[in-house]
Design a protein around this ligand. Structure first.
Ligand SMILES: C[S@@+](CC[C@H](N)C(=O)[O-])C[C@H]1O[C@@H](n2cnc3c(N)ncnc32)[C@H](O)[C@@H]1O
Length: 359
């Protein structure tokens, strides 16, 4: 077993709530637990699944959003397929005779410039045409290209989100005291190649089957030795606007289902986000406590690991008591961690990462 893990080679991301930076600490606290099968219940960028894969575990990645599921396929399920230079030439070929695509027509002045919108339409079209040696390779290569497209799209966005129609932040000629104009203006093609390269280097064969799922965690019926929960963080006082991941990343979800995107948009919203899903958000302030009770009960035969931060709802004490309903042995580990955006708030309590482990 590895003494520690180094994250320098782990793929980078600007996804909100990614655990990439605290993986060495997470590893130290989980490495001695006795488990072979693991469910990363709300997997996001798959950074935690990737750590479990390095630990040679039988990993099941899951996320309710389709674009995240694709990330899970590209990085976790994929045991060795890579994108070649020929694939890249195919994906990046620009067809200037193409008619205006959906993004160029629909999202003018929303998130990217006209030229970038055209680039996105062209690239998505090419990705959907890529062919591997067989159906499986085609599926994984497509996932890998979408992976790189998501990461490049995030890095070029102010705040790395799509919660506002705010291209003007990039294009207005004003003095800024936040954000990173140089990063936003980087060329899409180069960014795409950067992330393909990073992904190609990260792919390895763990020789243990790994799977990516796209379900609500409440619907998963299989059992696992360990279940890791990193649910959306709900602040006690804040607006919680960014705890709804579909609201923040609807654009990436749209890219993933490009053909049906139009039917999914709520055209009455200012930022053209998706229509509200039929089911209620289980991780909102009013129902997260009940939801965690349901999930701990459902997976009570597994080792439970719950990641959270101090200052949220429910509180760490509340989660601890809840876990004790189902588990005899509950331990809390915490780590001081300063998030880039919170550097100025000076309040260390809000920057404390916690894991609660129930055995
Ligand atoms: C805090 S993020 C996870 C971050 C992840 N650990 C990482 O390192 O990138 C929470 C994730 O929960 C997902 N999610 C929200 N509701 C869910 C549900 N009912 N079932 C499964 N996943 C859900 C969101 O799409 C989001 O990606």
């Amino acid at each position: 077993m590895l003494n520690s893990i180094k994250i320098e080679k782990f793929p980078t991301t600007r996804y909100q709530g990614s655990k990439r930076k605290i993986l060495p600490w997470l590893y130290d606290n989980l490495k001695d637990l006795d488990f072979e099968t693991v469910l990363d219940a709300c997997g996001g960028t798959a950074s935690v699944s990737y750590m479990f894969k390095i630990m040679n575990k039988h990993v099941t990645y899951n996320d309710i959003l389709k674009f995240n599921w694709i990330i899970g396929k590209a990085l976790i399920e994929n045991q060795g397929i890579k994108i070649t230079n020929n694939d890249l030439d195919f994906i990046l070929k620009f067809d200037s005779s193409r008619k205006k695509g959906f993004i160029e027509k629909t999202f003018k002045d929303y998130y990217y410039t006209d030229k970038e919108n055209k680039w996105l339409d062209n690239t998505i079209n090419n990705i959907n045409l890529i062919q591997g040696k067989n159906e499986y390779e085609t599926d994984i290569k497509k996932a890998m290209c979408f992976y790189a497209l998501y990461q490049a799209s995030l890095r070029k966005r102010p705040f790395n989100l799509f919660h506002r129609k705010n291209l003007y932040i990039r294009t207005n000629d004003v003095k800024r005291n936040f954000g990173n104009k140089t990063t936003w203006e980087k060329d899409f093609t180069n960014e795409f190649k950067f992330f393909i390269n990073e992904l190609n280097e990260a792919i390895f064969d763990s020789e243990v089957e790994c799977t990516s799922l796209n379900q609500s965690i409440f619907d998963i019926e299989n059992s696992y030795d360990l279940v890791y929960f990193d649910v959306p963080y709900i602040t006690k006082n804040g607006s919680n606007e960014t705890s709804n991941y579909l609201k923040c990343y609807h654009f990436l979800e749209g890219i993933t289902d490009y053909e049906n995107w139009n039917d999914k948009i709520d055209y009455s919203t200012k930022n053209l986000r998706f229509k509200k899903p039929a089911t209620d958000n289980e991780f909102s302030k009013s129902n997260i406590f009940q939801s965690m009770d349901t999930l701990f009960e459902k997976f009570q035969d597994s080792i439970l690991v719950f990641s959270y931060k101090i200052g949220g709802v429910p509180s760490i004490d509340e989660i601890e008591s809840l876990m004790k309903k189902y588990k005899k042995n509950v331990e809390i580990k915490s780590k001081h961690y300063v998030y880039a955006l919170n550097k100025q708030n000076g309040n260390a309590a809000y920057n404390r990462e916690v894991i609660i482990i129930g055995k």
